[in-house]
Design a binder for this molecule. Structure first.
Ligand SMILES: Nc1nc2c(ncn2[C@@H]2O[C@H](COP(=O)(O)OP(=O)(O)OP(=O)(O)O)[C@@H](O)[C@H]2O)c(=O)[nH]1
Ligand SMILES: [Mg+2]
Length: 270
């Protein structure tokens, strides 16, 4: 469930980037961070557990005033993909409003993708969440490489219900904002429905809502002067302002997320 504060009218939509190790989840967030106008995003933050090297997740609030008089922003988080971080993945998924499954398109990694997707289903179930009820977008990443798993194979094996899918090369920024746009299109109307259940569908033309979401997302991308475009348009790795915070328990993570959401909104809202 999105974090909602009815008093201050603040609302956070939580989007989780899930997928096998090294599929490009953090690269998506870095690219978004790099390209978004600084006025519309917070810091990239890595929460770390006690075990020094565990990058727990990344968080990126994006201001997006879309739902009534609520101040909305997205919290974008990634799970650590390596097999042994199962508990972290489960925690990060709690309360997710939407999921982006970032698959690695390289042929030898087919099994890793399938295992990760099984893990997603399992972790959601353990959190009493149902994958079939969850807004879900697939990102078939690393399409710049050779020896790729065909999109059709991915769709047959991972995506039989026909969720939106995007072919991408996150490292070059291809498909990154398109993926964000797709998940926003799925999650914003659902959150609106939860907040204003009495509002009829006709109250907002669907096309109008989609255009509004598109304006919100693409309107916030920083205009990069032509001479600075690709290949230099790659995100710095890591960006200079990537901060690290230490957390221990699920409660600490949730508190930290809420605190960051508040801090961001207090700072940015006029
Ligand atoms: N060629 C290519 N490399 C990519 C692409 N996306 C990410 N990478 C590279 O893949 C490696 C892993 O990327 P990350 O974004 O750290 O992967 P991750 O999914 O966050 O990995 P974990 O945090 O371990 O789960 C890095 O070296 C990236 O530069 C892509 O689209 N194409
Ligand atoms: Mg990562």
């Amino acid at each position: 469930m999105a974090f909602v504060n009815y008093v201050t009218k603040n609302l956070a939509i939580k989007i989780v980037y899930y997928g096998p190790g090294l599929s490009g989840k953090t690269t998506n967030l870095r690219y978004i961070y790099y390209k978004l106008d600084a006025a519309y995003r917070g810091d990239l933050i890595c929460l770390e557990t006690d075990t020094e090297r565990t990058i727990f997740f990344d968080l990126l609030p994006i201001k997006a005033g879309l739902i009534g008089d609520f101040k909305v922003h997205f919290q974008l988080l990634t799970v650590p993909g390596q097999v042994f971080y199962e508990a972290s993945r489960k925690s990060v998924l709690r309360g997710a409003d939407g999921i982006i499954f970032v698959a690695d398109s390289q042929v030898p990694l087919l099994d890793a993708n399938l295992e990760s997707f099984d893990g997603l289903r399992r972790n959601l179930l353990e959190n009493e969440m149902d994958l079939n009820q969850m807004p879900l977008v697939f990102q078939y990443n690393k399409r710049d490489l050779e020896y790729l798993i065909p999109v059709e194979t991915f769709n047959n094996l991972l995506n039989p219900h026909g969720c939106p899918y995007i072919e991408s090369s996150a490292i070059n920024g291809w498909g990154v904002f398109e993926t964000l746009h797709e998940i926003a299109k799925l999650t914003v109307p659902r959150v609106r429905q939860k907040l204003f259940p009495e509002e009829t569908k006709e109250a907002r033309e669907r096309g109008e809502e989609e255009r509004a979401i598109e304006r919100e997302i693409y309107g916030k991308i920083q205009a990069v002067p032509p001479e600075k475009k690709a290949p230099e348009a790659r995100p710095p790795s890591p960006p200079p302002s990537e901060a690290k915070r230490r957390v221990r328990t699920q409660e600490e993570i949730e508190r930290e997320l809420e605190r960051l959401a508040k801090e961001f909104l207090d700072k940015k809202t006029e």
